[in-house]
Design a protein around this ligand. Structure first.
Ligand code: PLP
Ligand code: ZN
Length: 370
Protein backbone atom coordinates (compact mmCIF):
# COMPACT_ATOMS: atom_id res chain seq x y z
CA UNK A 1 0.00 0.00 0.00
CA UNK A 2 1.33 3.46 -0.85
CA UNK A 3 -0.56 5.06 2.04
CA UNK A 4 -2.38 4.16 5.25
CA UNK A 5 -5.19 5.88 7.16
CA UNK A 6 -4.30 5.56 10.83
CA UNK A 7 -5.66 6.68 14.17
CA UNK A 8 -3.63 9.49 15.76
CA UNK A 9 -4.39 8.26 19.28
CA UNK A 10 -4.85 4.49 19.59
CA UNK A 11 -3.08 1.63 17.93
CA UNK A 12 -6.00 0.82 15.64
CA UNK A 13 -4.74 -0.66 12.41
CA UNK A 14 -5.41 1.33 9.29
CA UNK A 15 -8.96 1.84 8.08
CA UNK A 16 -9.50 1.23 4.37
CA UNK A 17 -12.56 3.51 4.21
CA UNK A 18 -11.86 6.92 2.68
CA UNK A 19 -15.19 8.22 4.01
CA UNK A 20 -14.13 7.72 7.65
CA UNK A 21 -13.36 10.96 9.44
CA UNK A 22 -12.67 9.58 12.90
CA UNK A 23 -11.24 6.40 14.33
CA UNK A 24 -13.89 3.64 14.29
CA UNK A 25 -12.50 2.39 17.62
CA UNK A 26 -11.78 5.43 19.79
CA UNK A 27 -13.31 8.36 17.88
CA UNK A 28 -10.05 10.35 17.72
CA UNK A 29 -8.79 12.02 14.50
CA UNK A 30 -7.35 9.99 11.66
CA UNK A 31 -4.19 10.71 9.75
CA UNK A 32 -2.95 9.72 6.32
CA UNK A 33 0.58 8.38 6.19
CA UNK A 34 2.59 8.19 2.99
CA UNK A 35 4.64 5.04 2.62
CA UNK A 36 6.51 6.20 -0.46
CA UNK A 37 9.28 8.75 -0.69
CA UNK A 38 8.99 12.09 -2.45
CA UNK A 39 10.83 11.81 -5.78
CA UNK A 40 11.43 14.92 -7.89
CA UNK A 41 11.26 12.78 -11.04
CA UNK A 42 7.60 12.03 -10.26
CA UNK A 43 6.52 15.68 -10.48
CA UNK A 44 4.33 16.50 -13.49
CA UNK A 45 6.42 19.39 -14.74
CA UNK A 46 3.83 20.57 -17.28
CA UNK A 47 1.02 20.81 -14.71
CA UNK A 48 0.65 24.07 -12.73
CA UNK A 49 -1.95 23.02 -10.17
CA UNK A 50 -1.90 20.95 -6.98
CA UNK A 51 -2.05 17.95 -9.34
CA UNK A 52 1.52 18.59 -10.33
CA UNK A 53 2.10 16.37 -7.26
CA UNK A 54 -0.64 13.84 -8.14
CA UNK A 55 1.80 10.97 -7.62
CA UNK A 56 1.92 11.80 -3.91
CA UNK A 57 -1.86 11.62 -3.51
CA UNK A 58 -2.14 7.94 -4.44
CA UNK A 59 -5.71 7.52 -3.20
CA UNK A 60 -7.06 9.78 -5.99
CA UNK A 61 -7.59 8.17 -9.39
CA UNK A 62 -6.59 10.30 -12.36
CA UNK A 63 -10.06 10.09 -13.92
CA UNK A 64 -11.67 11.33 -10.69
CA UNK A 65 -9.71 14.57 -10.31
CA UNK A 66 -11.95 17.62 -9.78
CA UNK A 67 -9.89 20.77 -10.31
CA UNK A 68 -10.50 24.49 -10.69
CA UNK A 69 -6.82 25.27 -11.28
CA UNK A 70 -5.86 25.59 -7.58
CA UNK A 71 -2.28 25.74 -6.34
CA UNK A 72 1.06 26.79 -7.83
CA UNK A 73 0.40 30.23 -6.37
CA UNK A 74 3.09 32.91 -6.67
CA UNK A 75 5.88 33.19 -4.10
CA UNK A 76 6.56 36.91 -4.27
CA UNK A 77 9.57 38.71 -2.74
CA UNK A 78 8.62 41.47 -0.31
CA UNK A 79 12.07 42.33 0.98
CA UNK A 80 15.54 40.83 0.61
CA UNK A 81 14.67 37.90 2.84
CA UNK A 82 10.86 37.83 3.13
CA UNK A 83 8.53 36.27 0.55
CA UNK A 84 4.74 36.10 0.54
CA UNK A 85 3.01 32.95 -0.67
CA UNK A 86 -0.14 34.28 -2.31
CA UNK A 87 -2.73 31.71 -1.33
CA UNK A 88 -5.38 34.43 -1.74
CA UNK A 89 -5.07 33.82 -5.48
CA UNK A 90 -6.61 30.35 -5.36
CA UNK A 91 -9.88 29.85 -7.30
CA UNK A 92 -12.22 30.56 -4.38
CA UNK A 93 -9.87 33.05 -2.75
CA UNK A 94 -8.16 30.98 -0.07
CA UNK A 95 -5.71 28.14 0.62
CA UNK A 96 -8.68 25.89 1.38
CA UNK A 97 -8.91 24.93 -2.29
CA UNK A 98 -5.91 22.65 -1.82
CA UNK A 99 -7.87 20.62 0.71
CA UNK A 100 -11.11 20.73 -1.26
CA UNK A 101 -9.65 19.54 -4.55
CA UNK A 102 -8.10 16.51 -2.83
CA UNK A 103 -11.11 15.74 -0.62
CA UNK A 104 -13.73 16.06 -3.35
CA UNK A 105 -11.62 14.26 -5.97
CA UNK A 106 -11.12 11.33 -3.60
CA UNK A 107 -14.74 11.11 -2.46
CA UNK A 108 -17.19 12.28 -5.11
CA UNK A 109 -17.79 8.87 -6.66
CA UNK A 110 -18.36 7.32 -3.23
CA UNK A 111 -20.72 10.16 -2.27
CA UNK A 112 -22.72 9.75 -5.49
CA UNK A 113 -23.41 6.16 -4.46
CA UNK A 114 -24.72 7.15 -1.02
CA UNK A 115 -27.24 9.81 -1.98
CA UNK A 116 -25.17 12.50 -3.60
CA UNK A 117 -24.94 15.24 -0.99
CA UNK A 118 -22.27 16.37 1.39
CA UNK A 119 -22.42 18.36 4.57
CA UNK A 120 -19.71 20.67 5.92
CA UNK A 121 -19.25 23.23 8.70
CA UNK A 122 -17.07 26.29 8.30
CA UNK A 123 -16.43 29.86 9.41
CA UNK A 124 -16.76 30.78 5.73
CA UNK A 125 -13.77 30.10 3.52
CA UNK A 126 -13.76 26.32 3.69
CA UNK A 127 -17.52 26.35 3.12
CA UNK A 128 -17.08 28.45 -0.01
CA UNK A 129 -14.30 26.22 -1.23
CA UNK A 130 -16.11 22.93 -0.61
CA UNK A 131 -19.25 24.40 -2.21
CA UNK A 132 -17.30 25.31 -5.36
CA UNK A 133 -15.70 21.89 -5.75
CA UNK A 134 -18.99 20.14 -5.00
CA UNK A 135 -20.59 22.24 -7.74
CA UNK A 136 -17.83 21.28 -10.18
CA UNK A 137 -18.27 17.59 -9.27
CA UNK A 138 -22.06 17.77 -9.59
CA UNK A 139 -22.69 17.08 -5.89
CA UNK A 140 -25.19 18.86 -3.68
CA UNK A 141 -23.68 20.58 -0.66
CA UNK A 142 -25.09 21.78 2.64
CA UNK A 143 -22.84 24.19 4.53
CA UNK A 144 -23.34 25.11 8.19
CA UNK A 145 -21.86 28.46 9.18
CA UNK A 146 -21.75 30.61 12.33
CA UNK A 147 -24.53 33.18 12.62
CA UNK A 148 -22.10 36.08 12.17
CA UNK A 149 -20.41 34.72 9.01
CA UNK A 150 -18.87 37.51 6.89
CA UNK A 151 -21.36 38.71 4.25
CA UNK A 152 -19.15 38.16 1.18
CA UNK A 153 -18.38 34.58 2.24
CA UNK A 154 -22.06 33.84 2.82
CA UNK A 155 -23.00 35.08 -0.67
CA UNK A 156 -20.13 33.21 -2.26
CA UNK A 157 -21.30 29.89 -0.76
CA UNK A 158 -24.86 30.57 -1.92
CA UNK A 159 -23.83 31.50 -5.46
CA UNK A 160 -21.96 28.20 -5.80
CA UNK A 161 -25.36 26.62 -5.28
CA UNK A 162 -24.93 25.19 -1.79
CA UNK A 163 -27.62 25.34 0.84
CA UNK A 164 -26.28 27.53 3.67
CA UNK A 165 -27.52 27.11 7.22
CA UNK A 166 -26.68 29.65 9.92
CA UNK A 167 -26.20 28.22 13.43
CA UNK A 168 -26.16 30.35 16.58
CA UNK A 169 -23.74 29.73 19.43
CA UNK A 170 -20.12 28.63 19.39
CA UNK A 171 -18.08 27.32 16.45
CA UNK A 172 -18.27 23.85 18.06
CA UNK A 173 -22.09 24.05 17.92
CA UNK A 174 -21.91 24.64 14.17
CA UNK A 175 -19.86 21.45 13.76
CA UNK A 176 -22.24 19.43 15.95
CA UNK A 177 -25.21 20.56 13.89
CA UNK A 178 -23.52 19.63 10.60
CA UNK A 179 -22.61 16.16 11.85
CA UNK A 180 -26.02 15.51 13.39
CA UNK A 181 -28.02 16.36 10.31
CA UNK A 182 -25.69 14.93 7.67
CA UNK A 183 -27.55 11.63 7.21
CA UNK A 184 -28.39 10.37 4.60
CA UNK A 185 -25.72 12.65 3.14
CA UNK A 186 -22.03 12.39 3.88
CA UNK A 187 -20.26 14.56 6.45
CA UNK A 188 -17.02 15.81 4.96
CA UNK A 189 -16.19 18.44 7.63
CA UNK A 190 -12.83 19.80 6.57
CA UNK A 191 -11.43 20.07 10.08
CA UNK A 192 -11.85 16.44 10.97
CA UNK A 193 -11.51 14.85 7.57
CA UNK A 194 -7.92 13.67 7.08
CA UNK A 195 -8.16 13.99 3.27
CA UNK A 196 -8.68 17.76 3.44
CA UNK A 197 -5.68 18.29 5.70
CA UNK A 198 -3.66 16.00 3.50
CA UNK A 199 -4.27 18.20 0.44
CA UNK A 200 -2.50 21.07 2.25
CA UNK A 201 0.77 19.10 2.00
CA UNK A 202 1.00 20.47 -1.53
CA UNK A 203 1.70 23.94 -0.09
CA UNK A 204 4.96 22.74 1.48
CA UNK A 205 6.00 21.01 -1.76
CA UNK A 206 5.42 24.23 -3.71
CA UNK A 207 7.33 26.44 -1.30
CA UNK A 208 10.27 24.03 -1.50
CA UNK A 209 10.16 23.68 -5.28
CA UNK A 210 9.72 27.43 -5.90
CA UNK A 211 12.84 27.98 -3.78
CA UNK A 212 14.74 25.44 -5.83
CA UNK A 213 14.56 22.86 -3.03
CA UNK A 214 16.19 25.13 -0.46
CA UNK A 215 14.21 25.22 2.74
CA UNK A 216 13.42 28.72 4.09
CA UNK A 217 14.55 29.38 7.68
CA UNK A 218 11.05 30.25 8.83
CA UNK A 219 7.41 29.84 7.73
CA UNK A 220 4.59 31.91 9.31
CA UNK A 221 1.02 30.58 9.25
CA UNK A 222 -2.24 31.87 10.75
CA UNK A 223 -3.74 29.07 12.86
CA UNK A 224 -7.30 28.36 13.97
CA UNK A 225 -8.54 24.77 13.53
CA UNK A 226 -5.07 23.64 12.49
CA UNK A 227 -5.56 22.11 9.04
CA UNK A 228 -3.10 24.54 7.44
CA UNK A 229 -0.52 24.00 10.16
CA UNK A 230 -0.79 20.21 10.19
CA UNK A 231 -0.76 19.92 6.40
CA UNK A 232 2.28 22.14 6.01
CA UNK A 233 4.20 20.29 8.74
CA UNK A 234 3.32 16.97 7.09
CA UNK A 235 4.54 18.19 3.69
CA UNK A 236 7.88 19.50 4.98
CA UNK A 237 8.38 16.36 7.06
CA UNK A 238 7.76 14.20 3.99
CA UNK A 239 10.35 16.20 2.03
CA UNK A 240 12.93 15.99 4.82
CA UNK A 241 12.38 12.27 5.39
CA UNK A 242 12.75 11.69 1.66
CA UNK A 243 16.14 13.45 1.70
CA UNK A 244 14.89 16.31 -0.51
CA UNK A 245 15.35 19.02 2.15
CA UNK A 246 18.18 19.09 4.64
CA UNK A 247 16.05 20.61 7.39
CA UNK A 248 12.44 21.50 8.19
CA UNK A 249 11.95 25.28 8.49
CA UNK A 250 10.99 26.79 11.82
CA UNK A 251 7.19 26.70 11.64
CA UNK A 252 5.56 29.63 13.46
CA UNK A 253 1.89 29.23 14.40
CA UNK A 254 0.29 32.70 14.56
CA UNK A 255 -2.89 33.30 16.56
CA UNK A 256 -5.02 36.21 17.69
CA UNK A 257 -4.98 37.04 21.41
CA UNK A 258 -8.70 36.13 21.56
CA UNK A 259 -8.35 32.77 19.84
CA UNK A 260 -5.02 31.36 21.02
CA UNK A 261 -5.49 27.87 22.47
CA UNK A 262 -2.42 26.49 20.69
CA UNK A 263 -0.20 29.36 21.84
CA UNK A 264 -1.31 28.83 25.44
CA UNK A 265 -0.83 25.07 25.19
CA UNK A 266 2.68 25.49 23.77
CA UNK A 267 3.65 27.95 26.52
CA UNK A 268 1.91 25.84 29.24
CA UNK A 269 -0.45 28.67 30.24
CA UNK A 270 -4.16 28.20 30.92
CA UNK A 271 -6.31 29.56 28.10
CA UNK A 272 -9.58 31.28 28.87
CA UNK A 273 -11.45 32.27 25.71
CA UNK A 274 -13.49 35.49 25.79
CA UNK A 275 -17.24 35.10 26.17
CA UNK A 276 -17.79 36.64 22.74
CA UNK A 277 -15.30 36.98 19.93
CA UNK A 278 -14.99 40.40 18.36
CA UNK A 279 -11.84 40.09 16.28
CA UNK A 280 -11.33 41.51 12.79
CA UNK A 281 -9.74 38.13 12.01
CA UNK A 282 -13.15 36.55 11.40
CA UNK A 283 -11.77 33.29 9.99
CA UNK A 284 -9.86 32.44 13.16
CA UNK A 285 -12.61 31.33 15.54
CA UNK A 286 -11.69 27.87 16.88
CA UNK A 287 -11.38 28.50 20.62
CA UNK A 288 -11.55 24.77 21.34
CA UNK A 289 -10.18 23.04 18.24
CA UNK A 290 -10.65 19.27 18.09
CA UNK A 291 -7.13 18.88 16.68
CA UNK A 292 -5.42 20.88 19.45
CA UNK A 293 -3.55 17.92 20.94
CA UNK A 294 -2.33 16.81 17.53
CA UNK A 295 -1.24 20.36 16.59
CA UNK A 296 0.79 20.74 19.77
CA UNK A 297 2.41 17.33 19.35
CA UNK A 298 3.39 17.92 15.73
CA UNK A 299 4.53 21.51 16.25
CA UNK A 300 6.78 20.39 19.11
CA UNK A 301 8.12 17.50 17.03
CA UNK A 302 9.41 19.94 14.40
CA UNK A 303 10.64 22.41 17.04
CA UNK A 304 8.10 25.02 15.96
CA UNK A 305 6.98 28.15 17.76
CA UNK A 306 3.69 29.95 18.53
CA UNK A 307 2.93 33.68 18.73
CA UNK A 308 -0.15 35.77 19.54
CA UNK A 309 -0.96 39.21 18.23
CA UNK A 310 -3.31 41.93 19.44
CA UNK A 311 -6.18 43.47 17.46
CA UNK A 312 -4.31 46.72 16.79
CA UNK A 313 -1.28 44.76 15.54
CA UNK A 314 -3.49 42.80 13.13
CA UNK A 315 -5.10 45.98 11.80
CA UNK A 316 -1.74 47.73 11.37
CA UNK A 317 -0.33 44.68 9.53
CA UNK A 318 -3.45 44.48 7.35
CA UNK A 319 -3.10 48.15 6.35
CA UNK A 320 0.64 47.88 5.76
CA UNK A 321 0.16 44.87 3.48
CA UNK A 322 -2.50 46.74 1.51
CA UNK A 323 -0.30 49.84 1.24
CA UNK A 324 2.30 47.58 -0.36
CA UNK A 325 -0.20 46.12 -2.83
CA UNK A 326 -1.13 42.95 -0.96
CA UNK A 327 -4.86 43.07 -0.22
CA UNK A 328 -5.64 40.09 2.00
CA UNK A 329 -8.07 39.10 4.73
CA UNK A 330 -7.37 40.45 8.22
CA UNK A 331 -7.07 36.78 9.26
CA UNK A 332 -4.16 36.42 6.85
CA UNK A 333 -2.53 39.62 8.12
CA UNK A 334 -2.19 37.84 11.48
CA UNK A 335 0.85 35.98 10.12
CA UNK A 336 2.54 39.18 8.98
CA UNK A 337 1.68 40.89 12.28
CA UNK A 338 3.35 38.00 14.12
CA UNK A 339 6.47 38.29 11.98
CA UNK A 340 6.69 42.05 12.66
CA UNK A 341 6.27 41.44 16.36
CA UNK A 342 9.01 38.81 16.48
CA UNK A 343 11.27 41.13 14.50
CA UNK A 344 10.68 43.93 17.01
CA UNK A 345 11.31 41.57 19.92
CA UNK A 346 14.46 40.29 18.20
CA UNK A 347 13.11 36.74 18.22
CA UNK A 348 13.82 36.59 14.51
CA UNK A 349 16.70 38.07 12.59
CA UNK A 350 16.19 40.20 9.50
CA UNK A 351 18.62 37.92 7.69
CA UNK A 352 16.39 34.83 8.20
CA UNK A 353 14.90 33.61 4.93
CA UNK A 354 11.18 33.84 5.70
CA UNK A 355 7.98 32.74 3.95
CA UNK A 356 4.70 34.26 5.16
CA UNK A 357 1.58 32.53 3.88
CA UNK A 358 -1.15 35.01 2.89
CA UNK A 359 -4.11 32.70 3.20
CA UNK A 360 -7.20 34.57 1.95
CA UNK A 361 -8.24 37.44 -0.31
CA UNK A 362 -9.04 40.94 0.85
CA UNK A 363 -12.34 41.24 -1.01
CA UNK A 364 -13.83 38.86 1.54
CA UNK A 365 -13.45 41.42 4.30
CA UNK A 366 -16.22 43.69 5.55
CA UNK A 367 -13.79 46.27 6.96
CA UNK A 368 -14.09 49.81 5.65
CA UNK A 369 -11.25 52.20 5.08
CA UNK A 370 -12.96 55.28 6.53
C1 PLP B 1 -8.11 33.05 5.54
C2 PLP B 1 -7.81 31.98 6.54
N1 PLP B 1 -6.58 31.95 7.10
C3 PLP B 1 -6.25 31.01 8.01
C4 PLP B 1 -7.16 30.07 8.45
C5 PLP B 1 -6.73 29.08 9.51
O1 PLP B 1 -6.71 27.79 9.01
P1 PLP B 1 -6.97 26.55 9.97
O2 PLP B 1 -8.39 26.64 10.45
O3 PLP B 1 -6.70 25.38 9.12
O4 PLP B 1 -6.01 26.67 11.12
C6 PLP B 1 -8.45 30.07 7.92
C7 PLP B 1 -9.46 29.09 8.39
O5 PLP B 1 -10.65 29.30 8.27
C8 PLP B 1 -8.79 31.05 6.93
O6 PLP B 1 -10.00 31.09 6.38
ZN1 ZN C 1 -8.29 5.21 17.62
Amino acid sequence: MEYEIKCTACSHASTPNLLDFKCPLCGQPLDIRQNSRFEKSQIRKENYTVWRYAKFFPYVREADIVTLGEGWTPLVPFSKTVCFKLENLNPTGSFKDRGSTVLISALHRLVEKTGGYISEDSSGNAGASIAAYAARAGLKARVYVPENVAGPKFSQIQFYGAEVIKVSGSRARVAEEAQRTAKPGVYVGHILHPLFRDGIRSLAYEIAEQRNWHSPDRVYLPVSAGTLLLGVIEGFTHLAESGILRAIPKIVACQTRQVSPLYHHMKSIIYRPPERLHSIADALVSVNPPLLGLMAKRLKAVNGDAVTVEENEIFEAFKELAKNGFFVEPSSAVAYAAYRKQLENEEVSESDETVIVLTGMGLKTTLRSD
